[in-house]
Design a protein around this ligand. Structure first.
Ligand SMILES: [Zn+2]
Length: 88
C-alpha cells in the first residue's frame, strides 16, 4: 500500500483533486467535477477533445510546415538578418 496521503481518511486525496473550472449552463455555477488529468476541465466540459496533434493528425503530410519547423525557419532567418546587419 502507498504510504503517502491521509492515513486517517484515504479518500481525502479524491476530494483534493483539481476541480473543473467550467461554468454549468443549467445552474450558472462552477461545475466542480473532478478535472481530467492534465486538463482544467472535466470530461463533460471538453477534456480530451479535439483532433490529435502532429503526425497522428489525419491531415499530416510531411511536417515541413509544423510549428517546430516554422519556428526553426524563423530563427534561421533572424540569424541571417543579424549577421547581415553586423556586416559579417
Ligand atoms: Zn465540468
Amino acid at each position: 500500500m502507498k504510504s503517502d496521503g491521509n492515513p486517517i481518511d484515504p479518500t481525502q486525496r479524491l476530494r483534493d483533486a483539481p476541480r473543473c473550472t467550467a461554468m454549468a449552463k443549467s445552474t450558472r455555477q462552477r461545475c466542480c467535477n473532478p478535472a481530467k488529468r492534465g486538463w482544467s476541465v472535466c470530461r463533460l466540459h471538453g477534456a480530451g477533445g479535439g483532433a490529435p496533434r502532429g503526425e497522428t493528425h489525419p491531415n499530416f503530410k510531411h511536417g515541413l510546415r509544423s510549428k517546430e519547423v516554422e519556428t526553426l525557419r524563423k530563427l534561421a532567418s533572424l540569424l541571417g538578418k543579424n549577421a547581415r546587419a553586423q556586416g559579417l
